[in-house]
Design a binder for this molecule. Structure first.
Ligand SMILES: Nc1nc2c(ncn2[C@@H]2O[C@H](COP(=O)(O)OP(=O)(O)OP(=O)(O)O)[C@@H](O)[C@H]2O)c(=O)[nH]1
Ligand SMILES: [Mg+2]
Length: 242
């Protein structure tokens, strides 16, 4: 984190803007608050990524909330083709050339995926776990665009937040798998008393003797949350909404 902080601070005067990627399901929770000081006076464009996993109404409220606070924000699904056009349009409207941008944010939120989307091919490593990007990497795009991909950064206090574990920002230690599955279930189905063990049974995750394989079920629950298999859900709404 210290190395990335140094890069960000040093480059801030050279950059046109920082593209700050957050999770659309929890945009403020997945913000890296100290970043605001690191970027100094450079412009900030917030991308609420993984929008297809979030509640559409909540995302609309967030976009309005950002607009009301004078922050340029756009909701995207970086795995979808159209995100390239959408982001380019927002950046062109908000910024003046030269376009020298750095993608910043917490781990595993789609920073590198977004950059590959802008390039139109797989140039930087991506992966479904935090910490895939190891060091800064400049990418030049046609039209004079320059993009800097950076490792995700997370503060020590955030690394213990269970919500960030469920969102995939922080890895889930093996010994916490079942506790996390329980929390995930309450998050996904707050109104029901249903339980994730029964879900595992219904999917046939059984051990010899017919007992539910809790480890395997817990893993499957967390993957289902990651992939949005239980349907779009948000965990955070802007102040004064909900
Ligand atoms: N559902 C969904 N998944 C996404 C989206 N964008 C990225 N992903 C997935 O999220 C995972 C992390 O993507 P990366 O681009 O590697 O994330 P990163 O922010 O660069 O992560 P670090 O380098 O670890 O900081 C990958 O499995 C991507 O396919 C999105 O909009 N929706
Ligand atoms: Mg990355």
């Amino acid at each position: 984190m210290i190395a990335t902080q140094k890069v960000i601070r040093e480059l801030a005067p050279y950059l046109t803007a920082f593209v700050e990627v957050v999770d659309a399901r929890a945009p403020e929770l997945t913000r890296h608050q100290p970043m605001a000081q690191w970027v100094g006076r450079a412009k900030r464009v917030v991308v609420l990524n993984k929008m297809e996993l979030a509640d559409a109404e909540a995302t609309e409220s967030w976009l309005e909330w950002y607009r009301n606070h004078g922050v340029i924000a756009v909701a995207l699904n970086a795995t979808a083709h159209q995100s390239e056009q959408q982001l380019r349009a927002v950046l062109k409207q908000a910024l003046e050339p030269p376009y020298r941008l750095a993608v910043v944010g917490l781990p595993n939120l789609g920073k590198s995926t977004l950059l590959n989307r802008m390039v139109g091919k797989h140039r930087v490593a991506t992966g479904a776990k935090p910490g895939v990007t190891r060091g800064p990497q400049w990418i030049r795009l046609p039209g004079g665009w320059e993009w800097l991909d950076l490792p995700g950064v997370v503060t020590p206090s955030k690394s213990k937040d269970w919500r960030l574990k469920l969102l995939g920002v922080v890895p889930v230690p093996a010994e916490e798998l079942e506790e996390m599955a329980e929390r995930a279930w309450q998050w996904m189905f707050p109104e029901e008393n249903g339980d994730w063990e029964a879900w595992g049974r219904s999917r046939g995750y059984l051990m010899t003797g017919g007992r539910v394989d809790l480890h395997r079920t817990a893993q499957a629950v967390l993957i289902a949350v990651r992939d949005g298999a239980f349907g779009p859900r948000s965990v955070e709404w802007p102040p004064h909404v909900k």
